[in-house]
Design a protein around this ligand. Structure first.
Ligand code: TEU
Length: 567
């Protein structure tokens, strides 16, 4: 297909693009469906469920990494970028998966993890072997005779130290994540060339895009100056978003993306609204979209590791953040919206209410939010079932390197382990990584073996088979609202206007396009609430409501979500 072609004949003035109109559905392959009974999801498993995926009405699938990996961080530590992880299958399986998706009109977006590789990658094995090895400059090394390198924070290191001493060459190497995930040196043109060729390999196979892992981290100040005394923990300033990030992305676009009709989305860690346009505006020739962390960071206590505020989060703040990010792209660029992914807890637990009988209602309410914003929605597998956090009691149940190493760190420092475990019940990544719930048989129909991570015991009732039969299920609601979005361009491109800004319970907004006007009312609380929009709803046309009975008033029931067309 021609580069930059649109999905439509664009006479609308909307700058229409297929990736703006798409609903992206994220599949976590490790937990989706296990075909061979080893307890780990695989590509054949996904192939066996393609009809289910198609039935959702979504257009694009983002697949977490499936490349060869020792799995220190579930595939985010890649040892061969052009091969498939053994546990997941073979390249033939991959080709069959891509074919099966394309036959169904589904597009496939892969994960691009190029800030770091695995320490088992051949490049790193060579690099660490001697100071004169041709691969030495593929990574960041600090010779020990220069003294201890200036501190850099590492996400998954037990001591949060990103420099690791390697005795083979008496040097330290840099790892912003686990010590098994050495950072690649993007300053080296050979590294960039290798990565661009690898991207072409996948695009030539027909892959439709990349989600780019921690992409603002690829450029760093490689003189690694000591952190200033005033350092406030802002990654963007000292760790990432370095002097060449835009040069590298422009080079990548020119040499790779510009030659294909594909979509790209940055994991925009640390990026603010001030940075956004430089990454995604058409005339920058870099990426198409980014997803920011401002929304999902709300409601955690400051300066602590993902500890939820006991008072919950402020709905007024929530509205402010999403409205601000909408306005950034009012005239240029394009946004994204998400509430869950493999790094986040389950959406309904974190942003809705998974207790007191509110799981289904609040889950549908959040889905309504995601499907009615002016941004491409990224929807995480299992959220369409209203899956919630498993909330492990013991550290032994966790598999995630982030949780395990943070536990070790707190233990070594003599910190409060119980408080950590309590917080993890809300915020740990493994909450969203539990096996997908297909039916009420053994292990939720995910595997016939021993699942790599425990299955949420609520699978007996929360599962695809049961929800397909229930017209009021989360699943059927999801299909309905996806269709509503796909059928109404106003939900994609229409102007967004926030109403009743200071209402602490209700999120209300209109969407408008060419004379069509929709009103979205969302009660984010378990109490009844009034939406003070000043709009008379008597004659409004109710398009969807998460309660079975229509309402047509400003009075909202607990976690009610309603979308109206205004006459
Ligand atoms: O995530 C980067 C990242 O920001 C996370 O480490 C995040 O900060 C953390 O989950 C918050 O607790 C990406 C991937 O999405 C993640 O799965 C990987 O572990 C990480 O990069 C390293 O590749």
């Amino acid at each position: 297909m021609a580069p930059d072609s649109t999905s439509t004949n664009d006479t609308s003035g909307l700058n229409r693009k297929w990736w703006k109109e798409a609903v992206v559905y994220q599949i976590y392959p490790r937990s989706f469906k296990d075909d061979n009974g080893d307890g780990v999801g695989d590509l054949k498993g996904i192939i066996s469920k393609l009809d289910y995926i198609k039935s959702l009405g979504i257009d694009v699938i983002w697949l977490n990494p499936v490349y060869s990996s020792p799995n220190g961080d579930n595939g985010y530590d890649i040892s061969d970028y052009q091969n498939i992880m053994q546990q997941f299958g073979t390249m033939n399986d991959f080709d069959a998966l891509l074919k099966g998706m394309h036959e169904r009109g589904l597009k496939l977006v892969m994960d691009l993890v190029v800030n770091h590789s695995s320490d088992q990658h051949e490049w790193f094995k060579q690099s660490r072997s001697s100071r004169t090895n041709p691969y030495r400059d593929y990574y960041h090394w600090w010779p020990a005779e220069k003294g201890t390198p200036p501190h850099r924070y590492s996400f998954f290191d037990v001591n949060n130290e990103a420099w690791k001493y390697d005795s083979i060459t008496n040097s330290y190497y840099l790892h912003y994540f686990g010590d098994f995930q050495p950072d690649l040196n993007w300053e080296n043109p050979k590294v960039r060339e290798e990565i661009f060729n690898m991207m072409k390999f996948w695009f030539d196979k027909g892959v439709d895009g990349f989600r780019m892992d921690v992409i603002p981290f690829i450029s760093k100040d490689t003189t690694f100056p000591p952190l200033p005394a005033k350092y406030n923990g802002n990654f963007v300033d000292y760790y990432a978003h370095g002097p060449h990030v835009h040069d590298y992305l422009q080079q990548m676009n020119k040499e790779v993306m510009s030659k294909y009709d594909v979509m790209t989305v940055a994991e925009g860690i640390g990026l603010t609204t001030d940075d956004a346009h430089d990454y995604v505006d058409d005339d920058r020739h870099e990426l198409n979209m980014l997803y920011h962390f401002e929304g999902v960071s709300l409601g955690y206590l400051p300066n602590q590791f993902k500890v939820p505020d006991p008072n919950g989060y402020s709905v007024v703040e929530f509205k402010k953040i999403y409205s601000k990010w909408d306005s950034v792209f009012e005239n240029k660029g394009w946004g994204t919206v998400f509430l869950g992914n493999h790094d986040q807890p389950r959406m309904v637990t974190r942003w809705g209410n998974d207790s007191g009988g509110y799981r289904v209602l609040s889950s549908k309410m959040l889905t309504t939010f995601l499907m009615t914003m002016r941004a491409t929605p990224y929807y995480y597998n299992g959220d369409e079932l209203g899956m919630n956090n498993i909330k492990f009691d013991k550290i032994d149940d966790y598999r995630d390197v982030e949780s395990l190493n943070m536990y070790k760190q707190i233990k070594e420092k003599g910190g409060d382990l119980q408080a950590f475990l309590n917080a993890q019940k809300i915020s740990a990544r493994d909450n969203s990584r539990t096996p997908f719930q297909w039916n009420d048989s053994l292990n939720a129909g995910f595997t016939t073996g021993a699942p790599w991570l425990k299955v949420n015991p609520n699978y007996k009732t929360v599962n695809v088979e049961a929800e397909e039969k229930d017209s009021n299920s989360c699943l059927n609601y999801f299909k309905k609202i996806v269709k509503l979005r796909k059928d109404n361009l106003v939900l994609v491109y229409g102007k967004y206007t926030l109403l009743d800004e200071s209402n602490p319970q209700v999120y209300a907004y209109t969407r408008e396009l060419n004379g069509t006007k929709f009103l979205v009312l969302l009660n984010f609380s378990k109490n009844a609430a009034i939406a003070n929009t000043g709009i008379d709803l008597t004659n409004a046309n109710l398009l969807i409501d998460n309660y079975t009975t229509a309402n047509n008033t400003a009075a909202l029931r607990p976690y009610e979500a309603a979308v109206y067309e205004l006459k």
